[in-house]
Write a protein that binds this ligand. Structure first.
Ligand SMILES: C[S@@+](CC[C@H](N)C(=O)[O-])C[C@H]1O[C@@H](n2cnc3c(N)ncnc32)[C@H](O)[C@@H]1O
Length: 195
């Protein structure tokens, strides 16, 4: 399976499909092995790389993963089937903002936020609501190619994403209902623990 996922990673790189960095993925998997969540929600399936990595390292865990691009939904389905985790994975084809509002309170013990970076601010209250107490939100690319920490001026095209990520960082750092830790790994990772 690992060999297949290595090939998948190369395919993603060649075809400019964004997937989690190697260092980010190692960190994610080590963290998950420690906390052993039962139910994971992933926002941003892409071709099923991180989803497969998570499920192959956690044998008693179920995953719900959300993706808006239909060709990626098909691709991820075939990835999960090939690596033998399809029975523990459910792919929801849709816009993450609509989908997160359909789950009952405290549905998940781990949420991997790896979708549209500019939307995390808007997602946050809903994501927090569907996370169990004691659960974790793992946010990848929190520093967005270092633009979030960098100089104030950002090119117009990326400005909304960067401004929203800065506001998001502000909120998760000051929200008294959570404890957030930032890691300078990959493109920046935040782990938000719901108290
Ligand atoms: C960084 S990629 C996910 C990579 C994947 N988690 C991995 O590491 O293998 C982000 C994905 O989010 C999807 N996406 C973007 N906006 C979305 C939205 N509003 N709702 C659901 N998925 C979205 C993109 O199509 C893309 O596949």
């Amino acid at each position: 399976m690992e060999k297949y996922l290595e090939e998948l990673k190369k395919y993603a790189e060649k075809n400019h499909i964004p997937i989690i960095s190697e260092s980010g993925c190692d960190f994610l998997i080590n963290f998950l092995k420690k906390i052993q969540p039962q139910k994971i929600l992933e926002i941003g399936t892409a071709i099923g790389y991180s989803g497969s990595k998570m499920l192959l390292s956690l044998l008693n865990t179920n995953l719900i993963t959300v993706e808006k691009k239909s060709e990626f939904v098909q691709f991820a389905y075939s990835t999960f089937k090939t690596v033998g985790v399809l029975n523990r994975a459910k792919i929801i084809h849709g816009d993450a903002f609509d989908v997160i509002q359909t789950f009952p309170r405290q549905s998940f013990d781990f949420i991997f936020l790896d979708g549209p970076k500019g939307q995390y601010l808007k997602y946050y209250p809903y994501i927090k609501n569907i996370l169990k107490k004691g659960g974790y939100i793992f946010v990848d690319n929190i520093y967005f190619h270092n633009l979030v920490l960098g100089p104030k001026f950002v090119k117009h095209k990326l400005r909304t994403i960067v401004v929203n990520l800065r506001k998001f960082i502000d909120i998760i750092s000051t929200d008294s209902e959570v404890k957030t830790t930032f890691y300078n790994i990959g493109d920046g990772i935040a782990i938000i623990n719901k108290l």
